[in-house]
Ligand binder design. Structure first.
Ligand SMILES: NC(=O)c1ccc[n+]([C@@H]2O[C@H](COP(=O)([O-])OP(=O)(O)OC[C@H]3O[C@@H](n4cnc5c(N)ncnc54)[C@H](O)[C@@H]3O)[C@@H](O)[C@H]2O)c1
Length: 464
């Protein structure tokens, strides 16, 4: 198996290795039960989870409004570079009759917050360029850190996240809300109950027309995403489509991603939009992006499964994360939700799954195999909102786990395994789709790590 140093040596544009990294890794590995001491990591139950939110933009303020309504959660501090965003955050909390948070303001103020005794958790909803610096500062300050997607973009940064979490013994989790989507969780349950048989292939995507990222309607501070796409090819946003599939397919829990190939289409749709879709005087007129209109990647797991992953933000098309999972006994897909099964455990030669099942039968399956978590708080989540309720379920779960002293649903190894694909897809796509190894951030612990179970929330400990 390729070790970390070999991997970096082979990497064509990985940055220099962090000087202390080897030492940190050795120390953490020596402390842990296996090569992945943060697998199943728990800390003492917290009576109240004090949260500090760094980055009070669209996502940060939306999240703060939801999180502050969760039982046992207190937004104790906020941090941004802009007075207007800080004022909005304070007003949002005041409207909900929450105590005023402590304010940290300025481009480096997150460091003081991370070193303070004000909070237990940093909720990192900054632009992509700041994800890693904020997360490392949080962990080095002894705080658990939850970082928005994509949490880290290079192999080297992913190792830094892993090694720092291990050394500091804190949670470092990616905030992948799509894990908690109703169809993603239904699919997970269908696989756990054996309804789809053995999974052989899956497809996921972030297919979202985001051409508006170049228009001139945003305030200047929101063009960081556009800037990223100008500088990078490949797939910089793999996690919405991929992480739910990884849990369903036991990646890092009995299986792992072995290698990946990636290909970019030309970006004619974005060029067309830039030529005809912008108002006169837009400073971005005439600029070009490195990101292709459609990026497609193929992943093979050590256990022989395949994953097709797509990314497109610059073509006219409806939103889709695909979420197709093909098993030996049937297939489930989303956008829209569809299912076709072989039947009641028997083989019908080319019959029962030949067409998608009709809506009535498909909806019966949807109800019957609804994930326990959706049964428990699905209705409340829909009321509380956030992408149809999945944001609320995500935040309900991590806060519940911290308060109960339970392991979180995903670990720093999941963050690293999926985040590093940003670099790998870019490298592969710009090198004739060369196949690249996906590093094993668990250092072999994936072989014995338990599969994810059907997690839930006990309402006796979750009084809203
Ligand atoms: N999971 C999801 O469904 C989802 C949806 C939207 C966005 N996101 C993610 O959320 C993150 C933020 O996205 P957004 O749309 O809210 O962006 P945004 O541009 O609206 O907000 C970013 C905020 O960070 C602040 N900021 C910039 N530099 C800072 C610094 N040095 N210290 C503190 N604050 C700083 C900005 O002032 C701004 O308020 C991104 O990672 C994005 O990918 C996730």
């Amino acid at each position: 198996m390729q070790n970390r140093r070999d991997f970096l040596r082979n990497a064509m544009f990985a940055g220099a290795a962090c000087s202390a990294a080897g030492g940190l890794r050795a120390e953490a590995a020596a402390n842990g039960p296996a090569g992945a001491p943060m697998l199943g990591f728990v800390c003492k139950p917290m009576e109240t989870v004090r949260v500090g939110v760094v980055g009070l933009g669209a996502r940060g303020v939306g999240m703060l409004s939801r999180v502050s309504k969760l039982p046992g959660v207190h937004v104790a501090a906020v941090c941004d570079i802009q007075d207007a965003r800080i004022a909005l955050a304070k007003n949002t909390l005041a409207r909900q009759k929450q105590p005023e948070p402590k304010v940290y303001k300025g481009p480096e103020a997150f460091r003081a917050l991370c070193d303070s005794g004000d909070v237990d958790v940093i909720y990192n909803s900054t632009p992509w360029q700041l994800h890693v610096p904020v997360a490392l500062a949080a962990m080095n300050g002894g705080k658990h850190v939850f970082t928005e997607v994509t949490s880290a973009f290079t192999v080297e940064d992913c190792w830094k996240m892993v090694e720092t979490a291990e050394k500091r013994k804190v949670h470092c989790m990616q905030l992948e809300n799509c894990i908690y989507g109703e169809i993603e969780m239904l699919t997970f349950n269908l696989v756990r109950q054996g309804v789809l048989g053995e999974v052989v292939h899956a497809e996921g995507a972030y297919n979202h027309d985001g051409r508006h990222m170049a228009n001139d309607l945003f305030p200047a501070y929101q063009y960081w995403r556009y800037d990223w796409y100008r500088e990078h090819a490949g797939n910089p946003y793999p996690t919405h489509g991929l992480v739910p599939l990884c849990l369903t397919m036991d990646v890092n829990r009995g299986d792992r991603m072995d290698y990946i190939v990636s290909i970019d289409s030309k970006n004619a749709a974005f060029a067309d939009f830039m030529a005809h879709g912008l108002r006169p005087g837009n400073p971005r007129k005439g600029q070009t992006l490195k990101v292709g209109d459609v990026n497609t990647s193929l992943i093979k797991t050590v256990g022989g499964k395949t994953i097709m992953l797509q990314h497109t933000v610059s073509v006219p098309r409806p939103y889709s994360r695909l979420q197709r999972v093909q098993g030996t006994r049937g297939i489930v897909a989303d956008y829209p939700y569809r299912i076709a099964l072989e039947g009641d455990g028997k083989y019908y030669y080319g019959t029962a799954a030949h067409s998608w099942w009709d809506a009535k039968r498909a909806n019966e399956i949807r109800e019957k195999y609804k994930h326990p978590l959706w049964k428990t708080i699905g209705e409340l989540a829909k009321k509380m909102g956030g992408h149809g309720g999945m944001d609320y379920i995500q935040d309900a779960r991590w806060s519940y786990c911290l308060r109960m002293g339970l392991p979180l649903d995903t670990s720093v190894y999941d963050l690293a395994t999926t985040g590093c694909l940003c670099e790998l897809t870019e490298k592969s796509a710009t090198n004739r789709s060369r196949s690249l190894d996906v590093p094993d951030f668990t250092r072999g612990a994936w072989k014995t790590a338990p599969k994810m179970g059907l997690v839930d929330i006990d309402l006796a400990h979750f009084k809203v």
